[in-house]
Write a protein that binds this ligand. Structure first.
Ligand SMILES: [Zn+2]
Length: 225
C-alpha cells in the first residue's frame, strides 16, 4: 500500500492535470483514428477511456468504428458504469476499463484493441515475457495473459483485475490486449509496444504455435450473441 501511494504521488507530480472534458474527448478520438489506421481494431472493435476527475471517465460507446468517431458519440460515466452524459450506449467492455481504474488509482487512461500479432500470442496462450527487446524490458515489462472470459460478462473484468497494479498491459486469451497508463499517450504507447514486441517475437521464431480454441460450451453461448 505504501509503495502504491508513493507511486501515485510520483505520477501525480509528473502528470498533475486531468484532461478537461473537451481534451479527453479529442484524445479518445485521436487514439481511435490511430488504432484504426494501424489495423489494431477491425470493424467496431476496441474501446478507449480517459479519466477527467476522480471516479469520472469519458469512454467510447458500443457499435462504432474507432476510426470515425465524433464528439457526440462519447459517453461520460462514473466507475459503476452509470451514464452521466451522452446518448450512445456503453460498450459491454466498459466494465473492464472501469475495473482497471478501480484496481489502480494511478491510471488515467485505458486502451483496448485486437491488434493481430499480440492477439495471436493471446490465442496461443504464450505470454510476452522473453527479454528480446531493450524497450520492451525497460518500458513495458512482461505481459501476462488473463484467462478467457465470455465478452459482456462480469468475468471479463474479474479476469484482468489481478494484473492492473503490477503490470503495464495484459493480453486477454482468445480476444485482444488491454493497456493503461497515467495518461492517454502512455496507455497508447504501451499498446504499440506490446504489438511491436509480439511482432518481433513472431519474426524471431517464437511462433507458430497451435492456437488454443475456445471451449465448446463457451462457443455455444457465443453463438447466441
Ligand atoms: Zn475486445
Amino acid at each position: 500500500m505504501v509503495e502504491m501511494k508513493k507511486r501515485v504521488e510520483e505520477l501525480d507530480r509528473l502528470y498533475p492535470q486531468y484532461l478537461s472534458d473537451e481534451a479527453a474527448k479529442q484524445a479518445i478520438m485521436d487514439v481511435g483514428r490511430r488504432l484504426y489506421k494501424k489495423g489494431y481494431v477491425a470493424a467496431n472493435d476496441g474501446n478507449i477511456s480517459c479519466m477527467v476527475e476522480p471516479g469520472i471517465v469519458w469512454a467510447t460507446p458500443t457499435g462504432v468504428s474507432k476510426g470515425y468517431m465524433t464528439e457526440e458519440m462519447m459517453i461520460k460515466v462514473d466507475l459503476t458504469g452509470r451514464v452521466l452524459e451522452g446518448t450512445y450506449k456503453p460498450s459491454t467492455e466498459l466494465m473492464m476499463h472501469l475495473r482497471v481504474y478501480q484496481e489502480n488509482p494511478a491510471v488515467k487512461a485505458v486502451v483496448h484493441a485486437h491488434c493481430p500479432m499480440a492477439t495471436a500470442f493471446a490465442c496461443a496462450g504464450i505470454a510476452l515475457d522473453q527479454p528480446l527487446l531493450a524497450e520492451a524490458v525497460a518500458m513495458l515489462g512482461p505481459v501476462p495473459i488473463a484467462p478467457f472470459a465470455l465478452p459482456g460478462t462480469p468475468a471479463v473484468a474479474e479476469s484482468i483485475a489481478p494484473y492492473c497494479r503490477d503490470y503495464k498491459a495484459v493480453m486477454l486469451a482468445n480476444h485482444g490486449v488491454l493497456t493503461w497508463g497515467p495518461n492517454m499517450t502512455e496507455a497508447l504507447y504501451r499498446l504499440e509496444r506490446v504489438e511491436y514486441y509480439a511482432s518481433l517475437l513472431m519474426l524471431t521464431g517464437h511462433f507458430p504455435q497451435p492456437a488454443r480454441y475456445i471451449a465448446p460450451a463457451d462457443v455455444e453461448i457465443l453463438k447466441t450473441y
